[in-house]
Write a protein that binds this ligand. Sequence first.
Ligand code: NAI
Ligand code: MG
Length: 499
Amino acid sequence: MTVAIEKPALSSAAAKFLQKEHKLLIDGRWVAAKSGETFPVEDPATEETIAHVPGGDKADIDLAVAAARRAFETGPWSRISPGERSKIVWRLGDLLERYGDELAELEALDNGKPVTNARRGDVEGSIDMFHYMAGWATRLNGETIQVSSPGNWHAYTVREPVGVVGQIIPWNFPLMMAAWKLAPALAAGCTIVLKPAEQTPLTALRLGELVQEAGVPDGVVNIVTGFGETAGAALAEHPDVDKIAFTGSTEVGRLIVKASAGNLKRVSLELGGKSPAIVFPDADLDLAIVGTAAAIFYNQGQCCTAGSRLFAHKSVYDRIVSGVVEEAGKLKVGHGLDPTVNLGPLVSKEQHERVTGYIQAGHGEGAEVVVGGKTGNGHGYFVEPTVLAKTNRDMRVVREEIFGPVVCVQSFDDEDLDSVAKFANDTEYGLQASVWTRNLKVAHMMARKIKAGTICINTHNYGDPAWPFGGYKQSGWGREMGKEVMEHYTETKSVAARL
Ligand code: NAI
Ligand code: MG
């Protein structure tokens, strides 16, 4: 495996941010962790330490939650006019646009992802999220309710912000996950404690500076860097947090649910996936090959929606496998800051061990490694794009989320759509599925039969701020984006007045 090792220089803006002494954002001030602890942040392509950030824990979470509570109860955020709130959320989108190149560089350096993808995907997606959600601030209407009780009544509902929200996010799309969480919560009038993933804290801290630049009042957004078991757990179980929004592993999702029981806080979860991509014989095969390859290799396969189970009809199976193998061969592997690179390293040593362990397990269980399987032979957590053929439903690589650039291919020969859907649904997850066909009836009948929160037809890893996103089964609770996410961040209050 050849890895393009040269690491292009950072822009002066990104370098300047990197050199700062990084702090926590609590109550509008940048402060060190109470314990004085810091931990290193790593460039996963070189394994070099690029920064240190505060190791926040329960003491810092307590301060951040107290600040968020004050800002919610007495501060201006839930009281300012929706129009003002909308403008501030919109402004955050504008600021992301202004500093987009710098943010993309920081993301590429911290997470390892190609800077070109970070700019077009992560940064643009985050800008769009703030701009879209800004509109919801002025659209959170209740209804008048037709009641039938005797007498004269005026009954109506109002939507109120849920209160103090804890948001725990992962490392695969660090900035975008922060945007997905912050934008709707701010639009609703909530106050927030955000805990970025320990692997990738940098863009959240830069975003904290933009939150201040945008004019978000002190205490409305608090950012605490730290580990899951300490800072994350303290936030999840905090008795004064009204709601937790979490994206990450299904395993930690369960812990969040348990931790929430103390005060029965509201919980929304975006968890793992093992998404099928199903190619029917009548599909536009060129499109399907490029699309199903991108479905698994984009972001080094570290997408919760990754198309990790590829089902091809037996009549097109060979063509699809050789096409995806060819696509894998086109990817230039190297340092994410190199704008010509298409595939960076995995985020961490832990993920590298996990993914290579799965490839070995697949091989051991009888899967054929058609291409890939190797790791980088120098520094960095690189894994080749890998295609495993001759896989079956009993293999761990087919059942468990690998979260790397590894696709398991299976063929089907059924004509009956129920049988095909059975393959797709043979998983504990249900986040996304893609169907590749030119036949409208097949496409929409499959959309009905598949148990997943999002269905893509002739595309995969689709997303739009207006398109509700989330999982069936063990892929999560609730939906982000669109109108539906506003349900998470508001309570409905029903009012009945005897006239
Ligand atoms: P994780 O679920 O441990 O981490 C996600 C976030 O949860 C991080 O901010 C972390 O600090 C926090 N966290 C961890 N333990 C916590 C706890 N006890 N209480 C509260 N917060 C806690 O995921 P991890 O370990 O980084 O990755 C493991 C696997 O999870 C991956 O291989 C992948 O399969 C899956 N994953 C799925 C993601 C998705 O987008 N659905 C994102 C990241 C990981
Ligand atoms: Mg973990």
